[in-house]
Design a protein around this ligand. Structure first.
Ligand code: NOJ
Ligand code: CA
Length: 562
């Protein structure tokens, strides 16, 4: 069986058009991205997740696709893509790409034909003749959508769109549509990708159509069908689901036998983690971890802090949401869709590096695979003058040179403006400057990535929450593999320094090796590990036994070890 590479991966998510411009036209492209691979390899990234790079009118940042089998000409062509893939492979970096098949753009040839009632393509979409009821409460983007049905004058019928009105939903109940989806999967696998981030997974499999308001129903067997296609074509390829669903529905996305999605982004723990940080208390985080289901042994969670969308707080209670808004996004312009915050991490934390590292340490040690949004590793700021979620999609800040080293084009030709004022101005926050500073976020994160990869227990060990003498401030947990190797991670969510005793589950591991900070190895007495953390501090501790009976095994087990 192939090694489960995705469990010990570090995923880095990139929007090609704002990452690096290789030909000086102001738009990031595959040539630029290829040049940036040495940076990513140096950082320790093992897998790149590319946001949609397909031909698109770009009204939803490329999530409105007009051709699934090619590259947006502004970013390059298939040849440039292949060269990028080749170079990534040379560096040992895998690539997964966005699979956006809940909907197409309304400019897709399928939809244009469908509107003209083409005998094949009409049924690729979801139509109704009668005037729809009020569906305001079913939209994904409140305030930007009035409902989920849009009248087409050409078709003389209403089409269903879960997202913006220019994104008609594909009729996934139609086997011909699923055949198209499998063709897309096969095409990109043939070009070397290691899998897909499945956009809007719950909607892809939801019943769509006239009765949609009344009887929501999901066809999970579509996921089995796609997964079978994926795994037959490439045994080690994976699906990473975007499935923002309640905890009791999560397991179905993995399948009880692990035969659906290999990984799912955890949208439930994410807002609870932010609430925990806002309250300087581990309680919400612990609560959320206890609520999520245990997943099959070959499956994995993916954890993230910020991504290319708003920080979605809708899984919190109203009071909890209000608390997060108060701490992280107090101004109206920082909030979005009544449920989220459209800021990057660094500005939400007032630029505090220690607190950012605390947050990274949490997503690097809770069992799962960490996902980093580009620019977060240097603590980039946001641009609230941009509309909706574009606030977190400014060009990557490479250096203090013109246009942040992103592009040689005149500033007005850039895909989006660079951040050139305030505390996150590219002249102070950039790769080049942080590279030189050993205490920078970039260098500290690079070291954390390296350490995480050395301790696969965090990726697929058995994990347990640990009790401490300061449960008000300390979040402590341990991960142990089948070979008896164990690591502990401790986090101080409070801004004040804390000394505490952490209770271990075994007396056998009586020696602590601290992986960060200046503290020497220490003996552990009576299963009580003494820790001292500064405000917002964290540490990881490798446990050993006094003798040499525990043998370390550095390889990720192919069968996971839960
Ligand atoms: C989820 C994506 O993350 C988001 O950016 C996009 O707008 C919607 N899906 C629609 O594709
Ligand atoms: Ca370009």
């Amino acid at each position: 069986m192939a090694t489960q590479w995705f469990k010990n991966a570090v995923i880095y998510s990139i929007d090609v058009d704002t990452f690096r411009d290789g030909n000086g036209d102001g738009i990031g492209d595959f040539v630029g991205l290829r040049q940036a691979l040495s940076y990513l390899a140096g950082l320790g990234v093992t897998c790149i997740w590319l946001l949609p790079f397909y031909p698109s009118p770009d009204r939803d940042n490329g999530y409105d696709i007009t051709d699934y089998l090619s590259v947006n000409p502004a970013l390059g062509d298939l040849g440039d893509f292949a060269e990028f893939m080749d170079e990534a492979a040379n560096r040992g970096i895998r690539v997964i790409i966005d699979l956006v098949v809940n909907h197409t753009s309304n400019q897709h040839p399928w939809f244009k034909a469908a509107q003209r009632r083409h005998p094949q393509y009409y049924s690729y979409y979801v139509w109704r003749k009668e005037k729809p009821p009020d569906t305001k409460d079913q939209v994904v983007f409140p305030g930007r959508q009035s409902g989920v049905w849009q009248y087409s004058r050409i078709a003389k019928a209403y089409y269903f769109h879960r997202f913006y009105e220019y994104q008609p939903d594909l009729n996934t109940a139609n086997p011909a549509v699923r055949t198209e989806i499998k063709k897309i999967i096969g095409f990109w696998l043939a070009l070397g990708v290691s899998g897909f981030r499945v956009d809007a997974a719950p909607f892809v499999i939801a019943q769509k159509g006239s009765e949609v308001e009344k009887q929501p129903h999901e066809s999970f067997d579509y996921i089995n069908e796609f997964r079978e296609c994926l795994s037959w074509k490439r045994g080690d390829a994976v699906f990473l689901a975007e499935a923002n669903v309640a905890p009791d529905q999560m397991l179905q996305f993995f399948g009880e036998r692990g035969d659906r999605m290999n990984m799912a982004l955890n949208f439930f723990v994410n807002p609870h983690l932010f609430l925990a940080i806002a309250n300087e208390s581990p309680e919400p985080l612990v609560r959320s971890l206890l609520q999520i289901p245990t997943i099959p042994k070959d499956s994995q969670w993916a954890y993230f802090l910020r991504n290319h969308d708003e920080l979605d707080l809708s899984r919190l209670t109203e009071l909890e949401q209000a608390r997060c808004f108060e701490v992280f996004g107090p101004e109206k312009n920082m909030q979005l869709y009544g449920r989220g915050i459209r800021r990057r991490l660094a500005p939400m934390f007032g630029g505090n590096v220690q607190r950012q590292m605390l947050a990274y340490s949490l997503i690097f040690t809770i069992p799962g695979t960490p996902v980093i949004w580009y620019g977060e590793e240097i603590g980039m700021g946001d641009d609230l003058s941009q509309s909706e979620r574009n606030s977190v999609r400014s060009p990557m800040q490479w250096s203090a040179e013109t246009n942040a080293g992103f592009s040689g084009a005149p500033a007005k030709k850039l895909r989006r403006p660079v951040i050139d004022c305030g505390p996150f101005d590219y002249r102070s926050v950039n790769v080049q400057a942080e590279r030189r500073d050993p205490t920078s976020l970039l260098n500290r994160l690079e070291r954390m990535i390296r350490t995480r990869k050395e301790y696969p227990e965090f990726a697929c060990g058995k994990y347990r929450l640990l009790e401490s003498s300061r449960p008000d401030a300390i979040f402590a947990h341990a991960c142990e593999d089948a070979g008896g190797n164990a690591v502990v991670a401790v986090h101080n969510l409070s801004h004040k320094a804390v000394g505490a005793r952490v209770r271990l589950w075994t007396g056998k591991l009586n020696q602590a090796a601290f992986l960060f900070g200046g503290k020497d190895d220490a003996a552990i007495d009576a299963k009580e590990l003494q820790i001292d953390l500064e405000g917002y501090g964290h540490n990881w501790i490798r446990l050993k036994s006094n003798g040499t009976s525990v043998r370390r095994n550095r390889r990720v087990k192919s069968h996971g070890s839960h």
